[in-house]
Design a protein around this ligand. Structure first.
Ligand code: HT7
Ligand code: ZN
Length: 861
């Protein structure tokens, strides 16, 4: 496999003005005729022209209508090379594909009753030979012909300009997309589909036809997605003056999909998991995710489609900006504090570990072997945090103007992250020279803040350093925006929130006329994706938890208090000592919280949630899975026992009463109830099983049902078995709900989860070529039950490696993602790390796809 380098970028040798595609869908194969209007690119290199292509049969190549003989072109496994071409010509290519046997879920493939495409990043080259790179933008026309009974619905990008009957029993449709686009945004769907429809009238009064298509019977689960789409359209008009630009916008939900969704122009294709939301089958978390993913894909219409990436190294140009836009949309449609807390948790729990492991890479990577391995939390979420930092430094209004300027300046172009940063500088007046390091350097900067207070002068000393990452031993000094505020111990503000730029290795900030004692609230709302150490006392944290004006900072203070105690417990377990008690400060803080519930109940639930085991592991040089899990469970039991009465009162006050609605207040109440029930169950309080049974039996919604089943994970016995059995019977025909069941099957602490997972993999009721099933079962085991996965005899690693090898043969993207779970073996205590490494070595000795090989090699490097 060839490693690609960012600095090797060359403009395309030829440009494609228009593409006419003709899909002739037959029973066992599909024939694709592509007609391209091509012209030599004066700015491009001379020599032969490379068209990418793989996994299909080339039937015909013609230039200006004249067929080329076989010796007039060169065909390899991955490319078609043409030479001695005229400067302007029409190229015809005919290929044959077999979507029925394509389990990679790239190119044209079947998902249930639906034929669909997935072209990002390079799936278009499984459909026809084409320069499969985002800087070749063309206007597409697509004709689809298929059996009318089997495929009554035929869809592609753009507007439908013609449709009708073809030969007996067959029909066709023609779509024209007026906007030039890269081929990764091409989409086609054919199937027997149910649909729900609506319209949206844009700010300037144009009517847009909206629809969500799905396999028949699922239509009632699609209304929330359609509603979210309309909210996203309105939000983008109100926030950025961005009005939708085609006559129709369609979403198609398919069951087999490698990621969450895809933003193809005017025809988004979604994983059903990111569309379906009905109270009886989806939780509050599912409802929120559907809303946000629908919005995300819609927002790509401008940030990604109208202005796209020059090359795949620039992926964060569209993904970082679109995730940022999605985050702002989510903040405007839910509890702002809790929504930001969820974003912060994602960065700390998933991005920081990636940035500290063997796969660490800059937001704008310098090289890759397989692009699909770079759709990462770093490119997406850290990329969004970089945009958020720019927005904070510029101010919301100036930032909004700068985004408008960027979209206007580069409309219809394929550009770079540098182009984006320049556009930001041009409008905001910010100097982002030093800030650019964030894009080019991997790793999580460490910031330390210490304070001295004398004669009413408060001096803060800020310093930064960043550990080395693979291939980048030396790190620059970053430009780090740090949000600060100072309070007194009663919570009155002494210094209002302000943004300080830590753009030196060390910086002193002096505040005069600040009476003692002063409590410093720093890195408020995670103003930069850094790890902070601060010499705050327990008293300061208790004060911030109770009084900070920012809910995210209140939550963060609680996290720090919990963390100090959790770390002491991990140390005690490792040293075989008795566990320390809860301690006065922490007890006092929880007592206050439980005596005076914040009005935002979702915030209360967050403030009572301990840092995750991953977060605890981040504090150690080497991760001790059993000690960390043991400590977290023990602290939950300490809290459950010490506050049994208060938690019972909390659960009772928030027990399900009214019929389900998905709104901020109701979802917050359900979150508090589930949290209290979980504490009580883990503590084993009397009567808890019966309570869970009643909640389950009487629930009118999936959120409460899952609260009961989640709590029962700690209560082995007949009740749990009966309810899990009932759940499986009730939802046997709902694959997404059965994914929840699969996760529950492998997550209880008392079971042999590895044996259970092996047994389920043999169950014919489940299609374990489907990524959602695999994520539920294997992700449920590895992430949801770490002690069981990391068991001492290595059976967990053996199971995962067996599955990676099986899956790699048909879906390399999925297999590579699973291999990433054992790649960071060096971060683990040798007891675990050696077994994980042995698993990687076994993979290394096998025949692997480029995708999985790249991940394995990084783990073994
Ligand atoms: N832009 C989309 C990325 C995507 C994708 C990438 C590789 C393989 C399959 C994929 N499906 C979707 C999704 C997004 O970020 O909006
Ligand atoms: Zn995206």
């Amino acid at each position: 496999p060839q490693r690609q380098y960012r600095l090797d970028y060359r403009p395309p040798a030829y440009l494609v003005d228009t593409v006419a595609l003709d899909f002739d869908i037959q029973e066992n194969n599909t024939q694709v005729t592509a007609q391209l209007a091509v012209a030599r690119n004066v700015a491009g290199p001379a020599g032969p022209w490379r068209l990418d292509g793989r996994g299909m049969r080339l039937v015909r190549v013609a230039i200006d209508g004249a067929d080329l003989a076989h010796d007039a072109y060169e065909l390899t496994d991955t490319a078609l090379w043409l030479d001695n071409l005229p400067s302007v010509f029409e190229l015809t290519i005919v290929t044959e594909l077999d979507p029925e046997t394509n389990l990679s879920l790239e190119g044209l493939y079947r998902s249930g009753a639906i034929l669909c495409t997935q072209c990002e990043a390079t799936g278009f080259s499984r459909i026809t030979y084409f320069p499969d790179r985002p800087d070749v933008m063309a206007r597409f026309t697509t004709r689809i012909e298929a059996d009318a009974a089997r495929y009554p619905v035929l869809l592609s990008n753009g507007n439908c300009t013609q449709a009708g009957m073809a030969q007996p029993g067959r029909h066709y449709a023609i779509y024209e997309d007026p906007f030039a686009k890269p081929c990764y945004l091409f989409a086609l769907v054919a199937g027997d589909l149910g649909v729900i429809r609506d319209t949206y009238t844009t700010a300037s009064g144009r009517e847009v036809a909206l629809a969500v298509f799905t396999e028949h019977g699922n239509e009632p689960q699609c209304h929330h997605a359609l509603d979210a789409l309309k909210k996203a359209m309105a939000w983008d008009e109100a926030t950025y003056d961005l009005e939708y630009d085609l006559d129709q916008f369609f979403i198609v939900a398919v069951g087999s999909f490698n990621m969450g969704a895809m933003e193809n122009k005017g025809l988004n294709i979604f994983n059903t998991a990111c569309v379906f939301a009905h109270p009886e089958t989806a939780t509050d978390g599912d409802f929120a995710r559907v809303r946000d993913v629908v919005a995300h894909e819609y927002f790509h219409n401008y940030t990604g489609n109208r202005v796209t990436c020059r090359d795949w190294f620039q992926l964060s140009l569209k993904e970082g900006l679109t995730v940022y836009r999605e985050h702002q949309f989510a903040i405007d449609h839910g509890s702002p504090g809790v929504t930001r807390i969820e974003q912060v948790r994602m960065i700390r729990d998933i991005q920081f570990p990636e940035d500290g492991g063997p796969r660490a890479h800059p937001v704008r990577p310098d090289s890759y072997i397989e692009m699909n391995n770079f759709y990462t939390i770093t490119v997406y979420e850290k990329g969004a945090e970089l945009i958020r930092m720019i927005a904070q430094m510029a101010g919301r209004e100036a930032f909004t103007d700068a985004v408008k300027h960027y979209l206007h300046k580069h409309d219809g172009q394929a550009v770079t992250i540098e182009d984006f940063v320049v556009a930001m500088e041009e409008t905001t007046g910010l100097d982002l020279a030093q800030f650019r390091h964030w894009y080019s350097h991997a790793g999580t900067p460490r910031v330390a803040i210490s304070q001295q207070h004398e004669n009413n002068t408060l001096t803060l000393t800020l310093s930064q350093s960043t550990p080395a990452t693979p291939g980048q031993p030396n790190k620059p000094v970053f430009d780090i925006p740090i949000s600060l505020a100072v309070f007194d111990t009663a919570g009155s503000q002494q210094v209002p929130p302000q943004l300080v730029r830590l753009n030196h290795a060390r910086k002193k900030i002096v505040y005069k006329d600040v009476p003692e004692p002063a409590v410093v609230s720093a890195l408020r709302g995670l103003s930069a994706p850094v790890k902070l150490t601060q010499d705050t006392t327990e008293r300061d944290l208790v004060c911030l938890m109770a009084h900070d004006s920012d809910p995210v900072s209140r939550w963060d203070a609680a996290q720090s208090l919990y963390m100090t105690h959790l770390l002491a417990c991990v140390d005690a377990i490792r040293a075989d000592h008795a566990l320390p008690g809860l301690g006065d400060g922490l007890s006092q803080a929880i007592t206050r919280l439980l005596a005076d519930w914040p009005a935002d109940r979702a915030l209360l639930a967050e403030m009572l949630t301990l840092p995750s085991t991953i977060q605890i592991g981040e504090a150690f040089e080497r991760i001790d899975v059993a000690a960390i899990d043991g400590a977290r469970r023990a602290v939950r039991q300490q809290i459950g026992s010490r506050f049994e009465e208060e938690l019972t009162a909390l659960a009772t006050a928030h027990a399900p009463r009214s019929t389900y609605v998905f709104d901020q207040d109701a979802a917050g109440r359900r979150a508090v109830f589930a949290l209290a029930l979980g504490y009580l169950a883990e503590t084993g309080v009397e009567g808890i099983e019966a309570w869970c049974r009643t909640v389950y039996d009487e629930a009118d919604n999936m959120t409460d049902r899952m609260a009961a089943l989640g709590a029962l994970q700690y209560c082995p016995g007949a009740t749990r078995d009966r309810l899990l059995g009932d759940f499986a019977r009730r939802f046997a025909n709902e694959p997404l709900v059965m994914d929840k069941w699969l996760r529950l099957q492998v997550s209880a602490p008392d079971i042999d989860a590895v044996a259970q997972a092996r047994a389920l993999l043999q169950d014919p009721a489940f299609d374990f070529t489907n990524p959602n099933r695999l994520r539920a079962l294997l992700g449920g085991l590895v992430r949801g039950n770490a002690p069981a996965f990391h068991r001492a005899d290595g059976a967990g690693y053996a199971l995962l490696v067996d599955e990676i090898l099986r899956i790699d043969a048909f879906n390399p993207q999925m297999a590579a993602a699973l291999a990433g779970l054992i790649a960071p073996w060096q971060r683990y205590d040798a007891r675990y790390g050696q077994g994980m490494r042995a698993g990687l070595s076994r993979l290394d000795g096998a025949e692997l796809s480029d995708n999985t090989r790249e991940i394995v090699a990084s783990g073994l490097a």
